[in-house]
Every structure is written in C-alpha cells, then in structure tokens.
Design a protein around this ligand. Structure first.
Ligand code: ZN
Ligand code: ZN
Length: 603
C-alpha cells in the first residue's frame, strides 16, 4: 500500500471494540428504519449484502495489519508492534497475492445492494489494492529511493506514544530490533540506480533518526522498571542497530552510481501516480491547465485590489507598471501587521471561539460543541516540522483529543522569526486557523469520525481532506469573514496562490522538466513567497511527487461539486445542507461523494 503519508496521528489506546460497536449500531438502524411492504424486500437484500460486506471488511483490515505491521502501529493497532517486516521480494509477493485475492473477493459483491457508505468503501478498497499493485510493479521505488529504508520513525513512535506500559513498549522495541540487520541488507541489495536527491535525504534522515537508539532510548530505559539484565540486552542490541544505520549511510555515500535515476518522474508515471494517489475525476494534465488559468485569474484580482489599496499604504509612491512588482510591494507593507512572537499561541487560542461564533451565526455548518479543540505547544518530538498542525486521534481511538499544535520559535534567529511572522501576518494567521481548525481540518475530522467506516479512516483521501480545508477558506470569506476588507481578500488570494502554484510546480518539475530557476521565479515573483520558503518547496518537490497537487485538486473538485449540486437542487439549495451532506460521507474521494450526492439530489 502507499503508506508514505506523513505520520501525524497521536494514538493512546486502541478500541477495536468501539469500532465494531459502531458498525453494529449502523446495522441496527438499518433494520428498524425499514418501513412499508414494498421496500422491505430491497432493504432485506441490502441488509444481507451489507452484513456480508462488513464481515469482509473486518477480515480485510486484520489481514492488512498482519502484512503491514508498521502501518498498523501508526494507526493505533498494536498487536504486531514487535514485528519488523523485511521489504524483500517475498514480502512483495505476499502483498501482491493479498491484492489479487481481495480484488477477487470484491467482485462477489453487488454494489447496487450496498449502503452508500459501503458503496464508497468498496471503491476505496478496490482503488487501494490496484494502487498497491501499481506501486510494486511500475513505480518500483524500492530500487531507486534509499529513503524508503529507514526504521527510525517506527521505533521513535514506540518511545513517544504511551498507548501501553513503558515496559511492554520497550520489550517490543527489543524484539523488533532483531530484523534491522536483514532489513538494511535487503535495502543495499535492492537499490539499483538511486536518485541523487533521495540518496542525500536518506543519509540525513537515517543519521538524524539514529538518536532514537541512543539518547532517546536511554531516557526511556531510565524511566522504566525493567531489571538491569533486560536493560543491558536492549542497550547492546541498540548499539548494534546504530552501527548498522551508520553503515547504511556510509554505503549510500560511497554508492557507485554512474547512472542515477533523474528525480523527475516523467509524464507517464506521473499521470498514473496522480490517478492512484489523488483519485480525482480529472487527469493530471487537466488539473495543471486549471491551475495555470486560476493563477492568471488571481493575478488579475490581486492587481485590481492593489490599485485600490495603493494610496492607503503607499501614498506618494509611484505604482510600478509591472503588476506583479506592484502587488509584491503592497503585500510587503501589509504583512508588517503581525502578532508579537510571544503571543503567537495566545492569539490562535483566542481566535478559535471567534471562528465558532462566526460559523454558527452565519449558519454555515453545525459544530458539535461536545468536542472542543485543544490548542497546545507542539510536543518536542514534532518540533521543527511545521508552524501549526492538527493531530487527530487514530481510527482506534475516536474518543481521543484532537490537538492544534503550535510551533514555538525556540532556536530560531530573530530574522527567521520576523520572516515567519510576516508570512503568517494578521490576515494570513486567521486564514490558517480556518484551514487547520474551524471549519477546516478539525471540523471535517469530527464529521468523518461520525461515519462508522474504518476503511475511510485508514485510507482517508488526501485530496478530499486538503481540498475541504482549502475550500473552507474561500467559503468563509464569501460569507463576509474579515468584514470583506480588501486587505483580507488580497491576502487570501496570496494564500490561495500557494496551493495553486504547488500544483504548477509539481507538474512543471516532474513532467515538463521545469528548472530550479523557473521554479524560483514562479514561487517568488508570481506567488510572492519568501526566498527561504521557496527553497524549502524546491527541496520538497525534488523528493516527492503528486502530493503537492492534492490541495488544489480537492479544492477545484469541491467548488465544482457545489455548483452542480446547487443547480440540481434549485430553490431547495442551502449552503449548510450542502456542507453537512458532503462531509457525512467521510474522507472519501470527491468523485465518489459527487456521484452519490448528485443522485440523491435528484430523488
Ligand atoms: Zn515585524
Ligand atoms: Zn491542510
């Protein structure tokens, strides 16, 4: 499976029974809601098919965790924590058999007899299995991406998350280390023509993560109540692991790589990866065209606002004839309005209730008051990842807290802090809170957890999730958030340019061989980003593909769906109803939600 998604879930305990209970509740509602003789027969058939399909899903997921124990742990299923899979031919063969067997099983179900929820689950599973086959047979990153081999993250999570007693976690840690040697031997044997960029990253990340087996482990051992013998055995094996990781890094540094693979994916592989990862109704090149057109539209709107706002901020100064240069100058001035570094978290905390009030007053979507969002300073092990992020409980811990992690500026230079605060200025910070919290990721997550599908929880569609957050920014402004001020709209357009240009950059680099120089021009001149931010984005696009498109693609699809839905519903159309219906399907690909929503709008 493609489990390269960044790990951002906090898992405390796992409640398999909770999930099962919810599935059963779902079924009982179906039983009691059947009324009238004429439809009883169909409901009966549907019920049967759903019962069989639910049982299939349960078996499927358990088997999935056996084959991918590392992924299971990251989702909060800890039965296989002590297992480290060796990613060799035998394992891939096992995975392919798993895919083929389950694709066969899926064919025995009649989609028409399934509930809407299960209809989508069936398609999601099918898509995932086909995607896995493609990754193994066509993408073959095990031959060219040395970064795929890194055990540190999985071990680090075992130390950081207290889903089980520390002693148990440490014993599993010990057992899991047994396979590290064979794991890296396989890595060396399989790498054929690694890209220079992924090799560099793999060296950094493996060496960077190695402290897990040193200082981090020692700190955990000190806190544990294991006896001296056990502690010694663990430390001995960990010392060996550190050496093995160091050897792997050296092996990569010395790799005789006369013919490295270019990091650009190329048109064909890119188009296929796009369709597997994003699951959009649009093809990659269509989305690229749309992004380019959208960028031009944004520039026109931004220049109109710039001309309007110029006298207010830059009175007496001549407006440059180059429209992009003019926009940039104005943005630079407006960005000076920002919070003080030490009140960054406080301001975010204060904004959340204001967003809740706005959404409620404007009747945009129902917000469950029973589930407050906890704003906190980002925990140490996440430090340096991003300025702000959401940590949600995994599928086995639905009652767990959701955190809004706010980065601290410790270790940053004054200059870096100032640049960051200008980027996340007074206006953008509010848009960021919409995106991350309300009604963006956090709200979507609560709706998604109400849909009792472990399949969607595990295989949540990134384009839908990011698309919703990006859509919610526009929707809030459309409804007057920020008093419809020109400054707010200008900054919103700048923010929206970021996801738009992410798509142009990703496709441009991987398909059209865009140079670094052109990429910098795009990000700095045309999307008004800071040099440091643009450099970071260039690094990211060299080692990832397609993911950068998820924001704009999901956004475009949701906006289009809203239009279609409004047309179909006519006078019955209501924005709140659209939002609640859309989110009720869970984190599924927009194209599947669209099919069901437009069908039901017809009824
Ligand atoms: Zn300042
Ligand atoms: Zn997001």
């Amino acid at each position: 499976m493609n489990y390269s998604k960044p790990f951002n879930q906090e898992i405390k305990t796992h409640h398999v029974n909770e999930v099962m209970k919810k599935i059963l509740i779902g079924i009982s509602i179906l039983v009691f809601s059947s009324c009238g003789d004429s439809i009883k027969k169909t409901e009966g058939r549907q019920l049967n098919e759903d019962v069989t399909f639910n049982a299939f899903k349960e078996r499927f997921v358990l088997r999935l965790w056996e084959i991918y124990p590392g992924w299971a742990s990251s989702q909060g299923y800890h039965k296989f924590d002590s297992v480290l899979i060796i990613p060799d031919d035998a394992q891939r063969k096992k995975e392919l058999t798993f895919c083929d067997d389950n694709l066969d099983s899926l064919k025995t179900f009649h989609s028409g007899n399934l509930s809407d929820n299960n209809k989508i689950d069936l398609k999601i599973i099918e898509g995932q299995l086909n995607s896995t086959k493609w990754y193994i047979k066509n993408y073959k990153s095990y031959e060219w991406n040395p970064g795929e081999y890194n055990v540190c993250g999985g071990f680090a999570e075992m130390l950081a998350n207290d889903y089980d007693s520390l002693n148990n976690r440490l014993r599993n840690f010990y057992s899991k280390m047994r396979n590290v040697k064979a794991y890296y031997e396989t890595a060396r044997r399989q790498l054929k023509y690694p890209t220079v960029e992924h090799t560099r990253l793999a060296i950094d990340q493996n060496l960077g993560g190695a402290s897990t087996f040193d200082a981090d482990l020692k700190a955990a051992l000190d806190k544990s109540s294991l006896n001296v013998n056990e502690k010694d055995l663990i430390l001995q094996r960990a010392a060996e692991v550190k050496v093995i990781i160091g050897d792997y890094a050296r092996f990569l540094k010395e790799f005789k790589n006369d013919n490295p693979r270019p990091f650009q994916l190329g048109k064909e592989l890119y188009a296929e990866k796009f369709s597997h990862d994003i699951q959009s109704e649009y093809a990659a090149d269509e989305i690229f065209q749309k992004a380019q057109a959208h960028k031009e539209e944004l520039h026109v709107k931004m220049f109109a606002l710039t001309k309007k706002l110029w006298p207010k901020y830059l009175e007496g100064k001549n407006i440059p004839s180059d429209s992009l240069a003019a926009i940039r100058q104005l943005i630079d001035v407006i960005s000076l309005r920002h919070v003080a570094p030490d009140s960054f978290q406080l301001v975010i905390e204060r904004q959340i209730p204001l967003l809740v009030n706005f959404v409620t007053q404007k009747d945009l979507i129902f917000l469950d008051p029973a589930k407050p969002l906890v704003v906190r300073k980002e925990p140490a092990y996440m430090a340096g990842v991003a300025g702000a992020s959401i940590s949600s409980p995994g599928p086995y811990d639905k009652e767990g807290n959701t955190y809004y992690n706010v980065g601290s500026f410790s270790g940053w230079s004054k200059q870096q802090i100032e640049s960051y605060l200008r980027e996340y200025n007074y206006y953008i910070l509010q848009i960021l809170n919409i995106h991350e919290a309300i009604p963006g990721h956090y709200t979507q997550l609560i709706y998604s957890n109400k849909s009792p599908s472990i399949i969607k929880a595990i295989f949540g569609n990134g384009a839908m999730v990011e698309g919703w957050a990006v859509y919610s920014e526009l929707m809030m402004l459309e409804n007057g958030f920020g008093n419809n001020s020109d400054e707010m709209w200008l900054m919103y357009y700048k923010w929206n340019l970021r996801s738009t240009c992410n798509t142009i950059l990703d496709y441009g680099v991987h398909v059209n061989n865009m140079t670094k120089e052109d990429a910098m021009n795009l990000l700095i001149k045309q999307a008004f980003q800071q040099q440091a931010e643009a450099e970071g984005k260039w690094k990211r696009v060299c080692v990832s593909q397609v993911q950068l498109c998820s924001y704009f693609t999901g956004f475009t699809e949701i906006c289009a769906l809203r239009n279609d839905f409004r047309k179909k519903q006519g006078t019955k159309y209501n924005l709140k109803h659209f939002h609640e219906t859309f989110l009720s399907y869970g984190s599924a690909p927009v194209k599947y939600i669209k099919e069901l929503m437009l069908n039901s709008a017809n009824r």
